[in-house]
Design a binder for this molecule. Structure first.
Ligand SMILES: Nc1ncnc2c1ncn2[C@@H]1O[C@H](COP(=O)(O)OP(=O)(O)OP(=O)(O)O)[C@@H](O)[C@H]1O
Ligand SMILES: [Mg+2]
Length: 335
């Protein structure tokens, strides 16, 4: 069974080919030009997807050495995300499936993030606990079986990635901010500033990063930080390391506590923030100390990619789930 997966929900245009449980290709273009606007501009993102979708799908097929006639189904994300962006990949995917007279499968982007841990071996065994930490979501999900999700908790305000991006903006260190903070934090002292750890109520599986983000803002104001002047790089590194340590402490604490409570053996993370080197380092230590088997996606599967969509599409087709061509783009689609 050969599946073409298409991802266009935000600012990555990506396509991948997955055959008989094996990834053959994953072609991605990150729309870097958004950085000059300090964030993703939805209209520009959808126009860029329009230009990129055909060459990216061509690249994915070519890299896989697969002719489009031998594809068995096309899978594309139908939400959540930016409506104009979703529409490009979704319409293209549906049209391709219709032209080739093969099934189409609409994929939930948050399901696809979970599947980033099910692309290659070794894979977690069901039930496992997954934490998705991305630009728009922070979700703790008990994955009972294929397509059986129990959402244990999510953020009540900012997503983890959003907090990284906003703090990076305060510091004037560029967009997207997560990877910049990760890089600069390596030179900083994580104990330099005692930012709060938003654990919320005892035993809560919810998250909240807005207060932490505001404490960084107040701290910068208090010491008179001006991002437009030349700044002490040591100071910026300390802020990055201290903020990052607070986020990582909360994410790991909640993941481990939920894993103990739900008695799972396998835990995993996904989404752009799962590329964070400190989160990955600490997760490995904590998983080992608590006897959990940890699954972390390879870096190219953390941020948005077609591979996770193709893998989800493959399992959906294998389990007999296909979508009607009437399926619509849903910007607020829930898991
Ligand atoms: N090394 C890193 N450390 C921390 N955050 C990172 C790192 N690399 C990327 N990020 C963050 O990951 C986010 C992007 O992830 P992703 O592509 O999964 O999000 P999205 O698709 O925009 O949102 P969603 O999946 O919720 O719809 C950004 O907020 C970015 O700052
Ligand atoms: Mg995403």
């Amino acid at each position: 069974m050969t599946i073409l997966g298409i991802e266009t929900s935000c600012d990555e245009t990506s396509a991948a080919v997955y055959k008989d449980g094996r990834l053959l290709s994953n072609a991605t273009v990150v729309q870097l030009f958004h950085s000059q606007h300090g964030g993703v501009v939805p209209e520009l993102a959808s126009r860029a997807h329009l230009k990129l979708i055909i060459p990216i799908v061509d690249d994915a097929l070519k890299d896989a050495g697969v002719e489009k006639e031998s594809i068995d189904a096309v899978a594309a994300v139908n939400g959540p995300g930016l409506i104009g962006s979703i529409l490009v990949g979704l319409s293209f995917g549906k049209a391709m499936a219709m032209g080739l007279e093969i099934p189409f499968i609409g994929i939930n982007h948050m399901e696809a993030h979970i599947f980033s841990n099910l692309i290659n071996e070794p894979k977690p065994s069901f039930p496992f606990l997954n934490l998705t930490v991305s630009g728009g979501h922070t979700q703790l999900v008990l994955v009972r079986n294929y397509f059986q999700y129990e959402l244990l908790g999510e953020t009540i305000d900012d997503a983890a990635g959003e907090a990284f991006d906003k703090v990076a903006k305060m510091l004037g260190i560029g967009y997207p901010g997560g990877s910049q903070i990760d890089k600069l934090a390596k030179e900083g002292n994580p104990k330099a500033i005692a930012f709060p750890r938003p654990y919320l109520a005892e035993g809560s599986h919810q998250f909240s990063f807005s207060g932490l983000k505001t404490s960084v803002l107040y701290y910068l104001r208090k010491i008179g930080f001006d991002k437009t002047s030349v700044n002490d790089s040591r100071f910026i590194a300390d802020v990055c390391a201290s903020f990052q340590a607070a986020v990582v402490d909360v994410l790991i604490d909640k993941l481990i506590k939920a894993a103990v409570k739900y008695k799972v053996k396998d835990i995993s993370v996904s989404g752009g923030v799962s590329a964070n080197s400190e989160l990955r380092r600490r997760l490995k230590l904590e998983a080992k100390a608590n006897n959990f088997d940890l699954f972390i996606p390879e870096l190219s599967f953390c941020t948005d990619n077609g591979a996770m969509v193709a893998a989800a599409g493959y399992e959906r087709l294998r389990h007999g789930f296909t979508s009607s061509l009437e399926i619509t783009a849903e910007p607020n689609l829930q898991l």
